[in-house]
Ligand binder design. Structure first.
Ligand code: ADE
Ligand code: ZN
Length: 328
């Protein structure tokens, strides 16, 4: 089966992580930057364990050095998402890569990204919103600068604040200042947890950062009391099954806990994380879930509705997205 034409809502997508390898290769060539070592013989991104993934991800951002580069990147990424039926997407943006955490430079990058998103909305019918993201292994001090960039640009387009990166380094409480700053600026909150850390890591993100969504969160399944708590409190999980299988959090699709989490009443949603790195797309995710768990259209309608309701956008935008889902 294929779900390619079904309208979809995606909440967890890293903009640089969605960069097509040909796009990054072309940009590097234009700028005479040699990053050939990050590509494999087939022309895709080289791939090893999570640490290697982070290293290659960061190396791939090297040619992305101007607002215009991010304009082009945003257009390329949204064209690909729209081709797989995505009608609304939230993307993680890192001032670490966009202007080096300088507020003035960050504003220029953001302006270029928004302009590209407006063009994509008019042309491809996809709506984008941004979540400013600090990077855990860059440390709490840099995260504070990122939070300041986020607070300065919070509004109807920058709608959230989050944390990505290596969950095995540091503690959520080290980042509480940044999350408090973002919350006070009116931003909605999410944190990567329960991907490389177990249930305790999810509990700490909920307790110390007071987030309403968790990026991944799948390892909650190792503690059924926590699963019940997530379900009771309506915490939304941004689940990225293809990413988890590619990075060997789980050995295969059948072993992935998304089905159990859904059956236990947790608000799960589906996203691609860093699609070209993990050889996935939103329609591939939906197709594999349908095949693996025998899910029908009704389940996917629920997942999409959950995602639209948990989106950090304003009420008018949400109503528009829900209408597109309903009339499909
Ligand atoms: N940044 C990009 N992809 C990520 C992932 N899967 N986990 C943590 N940080 C990331
Ligand atoms: Zn992620």
């Amino acid at each position: 089966m294929t779900t390619r034409d079904m309208p979809k809502v995606e909440l967890h997508l890293h903009l640089e992580g969605a960069a097509p390898p040909d796009f990054i290769r072309g940009l590097a060539k234009e700028k005479s930057i040699d990053i050939s070592g990050i590509f494999n013989e087939q022309g895709g991104y080289r791939f090893g364990d999570f640490r290697e993934f982070l290293r290659i991800y960061e190396a791939a951002t090297e040619p992305l050095s101007t607002p215009e580069d991010y304009h082009r990147l945003t257009r390329a990424v949204l064209a690909e998402s729209a081709a797989h039926g995505v009608v609304y997407s939230e993307t993680f943006l890192s001032p670490d890569f966009c202007g080096g955490r300088d507020v003035g430079a960050w504003r220029e990058y953001l302006h270029a990204i928004r302009e590209a998103a407006d063009q994509a909305e008019a042309q491809d019918g996809i709506t984008l919103r941004g979540i400013v993201t600090c990077i855990r292994h860059f440390g709490p001090e840099k995260a504070r600068e990122v939070a300041l960039c986020a607070a300065e640009t919070a509004g109807d387009w920058i709608v959230g604040f989050g944390i990505a990166g290596d969950e095995r380094i540091g503690q959520p409480k080290d980042f509480a200042w940044s999350f408090d700053m973002a919350r006070e600026a009116g931003l909605r909150l999410t944190a990567h947890a329960g991907e490389w850390g177990g249930p305790e890591s999810i509990r700490a993100a909920l307790h110390d950062l007071r987030v309403e969504r968790i990026g991944h969160g799948v390892r909650a399944i190792e503690d059924l009391a926590l699963v019940d708590e997530l379900a009771e409190n309506g915490i939304v999980l941004e689940v990225c099954p293809g990413s988890n299988v590619a990075l060997r959090v789980y050995p295969n699709w059948r072993a992935h806990p998304i089905g159990q989490l859904y059956d236990r009443g947790v608000k799960v949603t589906v996203s691609t994380d860093d699609p070209p790195f993990f050889h996935t797309t939103m329609s591939y995710e939906f197709d594999r879930l349908a095949d693996t768990f025998d899910w029908d259209d009704g389940v996917f309608e629920t997942l999409n509705r959950t995602a639209a309701e948990a989106a950090f956008c304003d009420a008018d935008t949400r109503a528009r997205i829900l209408k597109r889902l309903e009339t499909a």
